[in-house]
Design a protein around this ligand. Structure first.
Ligand SMILES: [Zn+2]
Length: 95
């Protein structure tokens, strides 16, 4: 027998360490990957009231959608854009 128990244990320890590092790196990669949200900006042509909401499939700039919560005039989509999702809840308080 060329194997001895020390070699096996040593190999197992090394393998475990490598796997833990690999998993840790994968987890970090996942956590750091920025996530994006598509937003639609609606504007009331009458009073200028603006509202931001989540983009829905089929929406386009210039489309008339929803009604102004202030004067009940149909609102128009004036912008569609992408924003980075905020993962820090502290930041949300300031906006
Ligand atoms: Zn309005």
């Amino acid at each position: 027998m060329s194997f001895n128990i020390d070699t096996i244990i040593y190999t197992l320890i090394i393998t475990t360490i490598v796997m833990v590092i690999y998993l840790y790196m994968e987890l970090r990669k996942k956590l750091q990957k920025p996530e994006y949200d598509t937003k639609t900006l609606l504007k009331c042509p009458k009073c200028g009231y603006q509202i931001e909401k989540n983009y829905e499939l089929g929406e386009f700039i210039g489309m008339v959608k929803g009604k102004c919560s202030k004067c009940n005039t149909p609102m128009k989509i004036i912008a569609i854009y992408v924003v980075e999702k905020r993962q820090n809840p502290e930041k949300l308080k300031n906006t």
